[in-house]
Design a protein around this ligand. Structure first.
Ligand SMILES: [Zn+2]
Ligand SMILES: [Zn+2]
Length: 287
């Protein structure tokens, strides 16, 4: 069943926080029988350059992918995408597709801030996926010890991703649960959490976005299940939303990590197909 998913669109390289060159990833994709490989380097964020592509790295990324597209043209289709963070203001229109992601939240509204960004004060950020301590610190320092206020801000920002980043694909929808298996810092059944998720889905699904089942944290041993949680996947299915399966790959050996489990999960949650992206646009893979 898993060999039906012969593509991945969430792929990093040494030019951001991945472990392999772009070409090593392509060679691995071909060895795995992929028909399509999409790269999604982290778009530049001036407030933190540690994990993203530098401006020079971005130029190299575009040039190298163009070279690889020609070199491997008869073996695999290569797409040049980007994983654009909510906080990135670099243009992303030259890419084949955009994955929009919230990795860091801006806790304060900031219309008057010198660093006002879409109504937020971008000078103060807290990562949701760096470590549990940064979540703990954010909840204590900026949300009055109210974890649900943190969750509401996160999903408010996720729901704005298409307008802010221009994305069609929503990256790891419930990334804020990254450390929830080790630290139960909030209750996913709490009405305020459920409402925050439902509101984001109701805003995003009519915009025809594609949500990913993302197995990246499983490959890195942080989680035993993919994003998003099964109950959220079921709600996406019930509301008529679309999904795709991505490995958020940072290492060439994990390009299709967890794909067979992801297919089973998608079926269990009510999906009969997942999306595949080609140069001709989105098509369906029936699972
Ligand atoms: Zn990400
Ligand atoms: Zn990623």
């Amino acid at each position: 069943m898993n060999n039906k998913i012969n593509c991945n669109y969430h792929t990093h390289s040494l030019l951001c926080d991945g472990k392999n060159t772009l070409e090593e990833m392509v060679v691995s994709a071909i060895a795995n029988g992929f028909e399509t490989l999409g790269f999604s380097g982290h778009g530049y964020t001036a407030y933190d350059t540690s994990y993203c592509m530098s401006p020079e790295g971005t130029a190299e990324y575009l040039a190298e992918i163009s070279r690889l597209q020609k070199k491997y043209a008869d073996q695999i289709e290569i797409l040049c995408g980007i994983e654009q963070d909510f906080g990135s203001d670099e243009p992303a229109d030259q890419y084949d597709y955009i994955i929009g992601s919230v990795h860091a939240i801006f806790p304060h509204a900031g219309p008057e801030s010198p660093d006002n960004f879409h109504g937020y004060d971008r000078s103060i950020i807290f990562y949701v996926d760096w470590d549990y301590q940064s979540i703990e610190k954010a909840v204590a320092e900026s949300f009055g010890d109210d974890p649900y206020a943190f969750c509401e801000r996160y999903y408010e920002m996720v729901s704005q991703l298409p307008e802010v980043t221009g994305c069609r694909i929503i990256g790891h929808f419930d990334l804020l649960t990254k450390f929830s298996e080790q630290h139960s810092w909030f209750d996913e059944k709490h009405p305020r959490y459920v409402a925050a998720v439902e509101n984001a889905l109701d805003k995003l699904i009519p915009q025809n976005v594609v949500f990913e089942i993302n197995t990246g944290a499983m490959a890195r041993g942080v989680r035993t299940t993919p994003y998003p949680a099964p109950w959220i996947l079921r709600r996406i299915a019930e509301k008529g939303g679309k999904i795709m399966i991505n490995s958020d790959c940072h290492h060439k050996d994990y390009l299709n990590y967890g794909f067979s489990d992801a297919v089973k999960l998608a079926r269990t949650c009510g999906f009969v197909s997942v999306k595949k992206l080609t140069r001709q646009g989105f098509t369906d893979i029936y699972i």
